[in-house]
Design a binder for this molecule. Sequence first.
Ligand code: FEO
Length: 394
Amino acid sequence: MTEIINLLADYFMNITESIKYIGVNDKTLDLFEGQYQVPNGVSYNSYIIIDEKIAVMDTVDIRKTEEWLDNIEIALCGRIPDYLVVSHMEPDHSASLKAFIQKYPSTVVVGNDKTFNIADRFFGDIFKNKHIVKDGDELSLGKHTLKFVFAPMVHWPEVMFSYEPTEKVLFSADAFGKFGALDCDEDWTCEARRYYFNIVGKYGATVQSVLKKAAALDINIICPLHGPVLTENLEYYIGKYNVWSSYQPEDSGVMIAYASIYGNTRAAAEALAERLRENGVKVAMADLARDDMAEALEDAFRYDRLVVASITYDGAILPAMTDFINHLKLKNYQSRTVAFIENGSWAPMAAKLMRSSFEEMKNIEFIDKTVIVKSAMSAETENDIKELAARLIK
Ligand code: FEO
């Protein structure tokens, strides 16, 4: 029996000899956080550190409790976990806490004051064995030690990283995570960027603070709560987080986001895109009524220039555009160049309305050339587009 258990234990991905991956993939979730499309699913990562004392690092979403508990049981090889470390109380990582405590009532749950404040709200007073840590505290497991590095507002107030210095492993909570189950073969950057800006994007300043703290650590491996364990080229991932959280554009290019009813506003947006591409400018486009809003937002942050194009509708702008601009505001969009295309058959006013929203954002530079489409494209519109393209290129 022991041999079988040991064979099964070997089945889990070894991060190091003592640290194993015991997380789960979820490929049936329709919307992550109730709003984000995850065409390739998502992983809820959890890890176990086997030493004189055993620590389980985080739980998983309620949808996968049983599978995760099975993983733990196999990885434990008959032992009982001494600690469960809670890095983050958002339910995609904490919802299995109650089931875990029921199964392992003697295990000590490790978190900070804020962890348990939030946990009590979710679960009531079920935490009989708890260990409250402060920023910088350490917990010895034997050969391994966990040092707690608080990461408040990345992106909840109780978030904390754990650093294990013997093997130089950083357990980074949501930071460096991405959408996508672990068995899907896709680029890290694209889905990590979409994840970052939509979930953490508002909190750039706090991410910057935590990156400064992390810079003092010697890190060989990053174990996030979603997506792959990062073992090589860590400066690339940390560099991306530094750019994203400082709100600097990542790439030179133009994002064109449009909201069109009959296709005339779209035609203007496409004509502008064509002209820009002819001149070697990288262009991303989104039809805001149809395309993934989270990806449109990601591209707006990725590039240094943004063109928003909307029909005038009910004396306002089309709701899809309002939604997009609200998303940008919510995520602290700033430090970019913005231009406008508006359409209106009798009283176009979309550009004025869109501009007033961007004026509330920080460090936005406007291009004082607005393309006005009066119902449909005309020679005059073509000339305006040429001029706007020239201004964007300059
Ligand atoms: Fe992956 Fe903020 O939870």
